[in-house]
Structure formats: C-alpha cells, structure tokens
Design a binder for this molecule. Structure first.
Ligand code: BV8
Length: 252
C-alpha cells in the first residue's frame, strides 16, 4: 500500500464523500440506490421539493437528524485530524458530507461544501444559520426574525440542495489554497501538491471537478474508495478498500 508523498513543503487537499462515514453507520447515497427512505433526491433534496411539500422534507431531515444519535467518527476521520495537525496551513479538507463527523473528530481546516444537517436557516431572510437538532414531524418551523417584520417564512435545513449554488466564498477559499500550493514545486517541476479523494462516487459537481483542477496545475491525485468511481479515470492513483483501513495507512 503506497503512502502519500508528503514532503516538508507539500500541500494536501482532501475531498471526502459519504463513503468515509459508511463505517460509522451512515448509509451512503449509492447504498440507498438513489432513493432515500423511499423518496427521490428531487422530492427531498431540492428547492422545488421543499416548495412542493416542506413537511415531507422536514420529516426526511428529521429522520436523518435522529439517525445521527450515537454515530461517531471512525479511524479515517481521525487520521485526517492528525494529518491537519502535521501539515497546518498546507492542509485543507473539503467535505461533501452534511453529517458533521469531521467536526466531531476535531477537524478545523475544513469546508462543509453542502452544508450541515445539524443546522437550520431561514428560507427567506439572511439571519445566520443556527445549531438545531430538533425534528419537525408535524409542524413547520417559521422564522422569528421574519415574524418580527410581519412576514411568515419557513425555516429550512442549512443544506445545499441539488440545483442550488455553492457559497462562492467557499469555492474561493479552495481556489486560493490551490493557487498558493501551485507556487511550490517538486524537484521534477510538478506542483508540490497532493489531492486525496475519499469515499466519493465522483458524480456530484462542483466537488467532482476538483480532481481536474488539481491536475491542471500539476498536482498528484489519489482516490481512496471501496470501488472504482464515476470520475476514477481522472485520478493518477486509486487505492481500493475501506476508508477506516486505507486512510490511516496512507498517512502511516
Ligand atoms: C450546483 C446535500 C449550480 C443534500 C448534496 C443536471 C440537473 C440538475 C443539476 C445538475 C445536472 N447536472 C449537474 C448538475 C449539478 C448538480 C450535480 O452535480 N448533479 C449530479 C447528480 C449530476 N450539482 C448541484 O446541483 C450543485 N449545485 O451545481 O449549482 C448553480 C450555479 C449557480 C446558480 C444556481 C445553481 C449542488 C450539489 C449539492 C447537492 N447536495 N448534499 C443532502 O445530503 O441531504 S449532494 C449529496 O450527494 C451528498 O452531499 C454527496 O455530495 C452526494 C453523494 O455523493 P457521494 O458523497 O460521492 O456519495 P455516494 O453515495 O454517491 O458515493 C459513496 C462512495 O463511497 C461510493 O463510491 C462507494 O463505493 C464508496 N464507499 C462506500 N463505503 C465505503 C466507501 N469508500 C470507502 N470506504 C467505505 N467503507
């Protein structure tokens, strides 16, 4: 099993997907075969679905909040925390997951690209999102700030749904990290930059486009996954196996 080529000036960008949390007991999207608790993605993970049936969407997310009880990070999450401590500002973790397990493990240099299951925000006003573990099975939560302005607005999970834009500030932070990394070169002239994707099927954009961005500036790309992924051909190296075994070994 190869270890990542991390020198004293190497930058490491990590992208994680649902596969890193599978061994913590959270079913992946692929395992769910595209149907979550019997719902299609469009019904429960899109603005159109929320507009059409907000109660069904809140029931879906309430169920996922409840399913997080007792779920803990696994060895793969912890290995990334150790890597962050070792690399400092030459490390950045981008996660597609909304399960907050990287935060629970202690990750700090981390971007939650698709939001956070345990936070709620207003669907209308720009009040900051807030921590919220409540489930709203038979009532729809409304925003007090909007109430104060005489408006009835629904609260929604602080999640990026399909068809919704990713916060541009997060994308800029990734671009700045890559720009800085690309100024450091290896003796052979490549960017002293490693990209590691873990537990992702590589079919959701813009996250699935990161491997291309890294190759475009001369970085070295690794995929650690249980199986080949949809964009697996774009990676220079693929390590197949379970994240909780493969990821710690990559940093041994
Ligand atoms: C955007 C929150 C533009 C929800 C998520 C056509 C129509 C409409 C849209 C599009 C389209 N074509 C492209 C798009 C864009 C769309 C997209 O990419 N769609 C895909 C489906 C084609 N993207 C978007 O809509 C994004 N926004 O593009 O905005 C825009 C611009 C300006 C203005 C307006 C709009 C937003 C995407 C975010 C969607 N939200 N999550 C929720 O979670 O409730 S995405 C959601 O699905 C997850 O967050 C995750 O990102 C994704 C699932 O992917 P994975 O994480 O990879 O999980 P998966 O199960 O697929 O794979 C797991 C892998 O792990 C497997 O390979 C498996 O083998 C492996 N594995 C399993 N066990 C283990 C393991 N590996 C290791 N160890 C194990 N033990």
């Amino acid at each position: 099993m190869s270890r990542l080529p991390l020198g004293s000036t190497t930058s490491l960008l990590v992208l994680t997907g649902a596969g890193i949390s599978a061994e913590s007991g959270i079913p992946t999207f692929r395992d769910a075969g595209g149907l979550w608790e019997g719902h299609s993605m469009a019904e429960v993970a899109s603005p159109e679905g929320f507009a059409a049936n907000p109660q069904q969407v809140w029931r879906f997310y309430g169920e996922r909040r409840r399913n997080m009880t007792g779920v803990t990070p696994n060895a793969a999450h912890h290995a990334l925390v150790a890597a962050e401590k070792r690399l400092g500002d030459r490390f950045l973790l981008v996660t597609q997951n909304v399960d907050a397990l990287h935060t629970a493990a202690g990750s700090e240099r981390m971007i939650e690209l698709h939001g956070n299951l345990m936070r709620t925000r207003c669907s209308v006003c720009d009040r900051p999102s807030f921590a919220d573990t409540s489930t709203y099975n038979d009532k729809l939560p409304t925003c007090e700030t909007c109430d104060g302005r005489g408006r009835k607005s629904l609260l929604r999970p602080d999640i990026v749904w399909f068809g919704e834009a990713i916060n541009p500030q997060l994308m800029n932070r990734i671009s700045r990290f890559l720009a800085t990394a690309s100024t450091r070169r290896t003796p052979s002239g490549y960017a002293d930059l490693v990209f590691l994707a873990i537990g992702t099927s590589g079919n959701v954009y813009p996250a699935a486009g990161l491997v291309n961005a890294v190759r475009g500036i001369g970085g070295h790309t690794y995929l650690a996954n249980l199986e080949e992924s949809d964009n697996g051909y774009q990676f220079q190296e693929t390590i197949l196996g379970k994240a909780s075994e493969v990821v710690p070994a990559l940093f041994a």
